[in-house]
Each structure stands twice: as C-alpha cells, then as structure tokens.
Design a protein around this ligand. Sequence first.
Ligand code: AP5
Ligand code: ZN
Length: 215
Amino acid sequence: MRIVLVGPPGAGKGTQATVLAETLSIPHISTGDLFRANISQKTELGQRAQAYMSKGDLVPDQVTIDMAKDRMEQPDAANGFLLDGFPRNVSQAEALDEILKAQGIKLDAVLDLEVEEDEVVKRIAGRRTCRKDNKHIFHVDYAAPKTEGVCDACGGELYQREDDSEATVRNRLDVYHTQTEPIIDFYKAQGLLVTIPALGEVKDVTQRAMDALKK
Ligand code: AP5
Ligand code: ZN
C-alpha cells in the first residue's frame, strides 16, 4: 500500500505512522525524521534544513523533494510506503504525482488526522523525543516513559525538540494552515482523502485508520 498521512503538527502522525507501517509491513518515511537524522549527523543537508526547521518554516521544495524521492527509491519501499510529513504543499503534492506516474504507480489513500488546535498545542508541549531514534515518541502526561527522561524502547535520552517552543509552534501552525491545508482539497479532488478523527487513545485512532484502509 502507498499511503500519505497529513495533519497539523502534533496531530499524532509520527505516533500512528510507526504502528501502521509495522502492521502493514511497509516503511515509514518521515521527511521530518530524515531532516533530523541529517542534523544529528551534521551533514550539509542537515545544516541547510536546520535554519528553516528551527523557525518552523518549510525547507525549500527541491531539497525536500529530492530527499523524499531518494528514500522512496530504496529497495524496501518497492512494494509500498507510508509518507509522514510529505507532501506538505501543493507543489510537493504535484511533484509526488510525477514521481509516482514515472514509476507507473499510484497512492491508495491519504489519511487526514483531524484534531483541534488546543489539543495539538497540549500534545506538542508535552512531547519528548528519543535522541537515539527519533521515531520513539513519548508525552509527559499521555504516554509517559517508565523512567523520566529515558526511552523505554532503546534507553536513549529523551529531549524536547527545538521547534517545539511556543513561538515556533505558532509559526508551524500558521504554515500548516496556509501552505499544507490546500493539499487536503488537492487529494479530495483525486478521491483519495479519508478524514480520521484523531482525538482519543492512540490505539483507537489506529483502529479508525485501519478500518478506513480496509474500505
Ligand atoms: P515534522 O517532523 O514532520 O513535524 P510536524 O509535521 O510538525 O509534526 P510533528 O512531528 O510535530 O507531530 P506529529 O503529528 O508527528 O505528532 P506525534 O506523533 O509526534 O517536521 C518538522 C519540520 O521539518 C517542519 O516544520 C519543516 O521545517 C521540516 N519539514 C518536514 N517535512 C517537510 C516537507 N515535506 N517540506 C518542507 N519542510 C519539511 O505526537 C505528538 C505528541 O502527542 C507526542 O508526545 C505523542 O506521544 C502524543 N500523542 C500522539 N497521539 C496521541 C493521542 N491519540 N492521545 C494523546 N497523545 C497523543
Ligand atoms: Zn529510543
């Protein structure tokens, strides 16, 4: 299956993507995680991306599209993938269509995780991310680790993302409304959009997403 996950920052895309990708045996491709891995490894791409990410702005399209394309062309993505955080504006969505068309493949569904703004602000404020593996995500209230500051999955140190500060989150939400939300209509017009109410327990949201994918 080829799936795109959209939703505002803090909607739970990374949390759901990890479970869905495992259940469906497809790789979880997160452009945010790929940028963060490049930042930790101090690559040129990471340095370039960091300037945009720390302000909550989008990294320029061409850099992002090339990185995503490269990842989608890895052998483990040959039979499907779950894209998280890409595409993030209409020109990225058009570029993705071109990439897929060139390979003669199509998306199966675009899942839009719907959560109101008050809740995403709470989710982001309490989020703690694993430094060793950015995919391990916790929350001080909703998904607390057994030992404070330590990742249950790998023992890595938990930290608060630099772009999770209040001012940056405000900008990320603005960027979401102005630049990312238009892709919802783009995919609605293609008949691919499925809205998933994303309030409630993680497992219930996963169940809603799985039910939607079975249809
Ligand atoms: P990215 O990493 O993609 O961040 P984001 O889209 O802002 O999303 P988040 O990671 O903040 O949230 P999420 O929806 O994954 O929520 P999570 O599962 O962690 O992008 C970061 C930056 O990279 C961008 O600002 C941009 O600069 C750049 N970038 C990335 N992609 C790009 C692109 N395509 N183009 C250009 N630039 C790009 O959950 C949040 C918290 O809530 C966690 O603590 C979790 O434990 C908790 N939680 C999750 N589900 C529930 C639930 N059901 N109930 C209670 N708590 C929950
Ligand atoms: Zn970890």
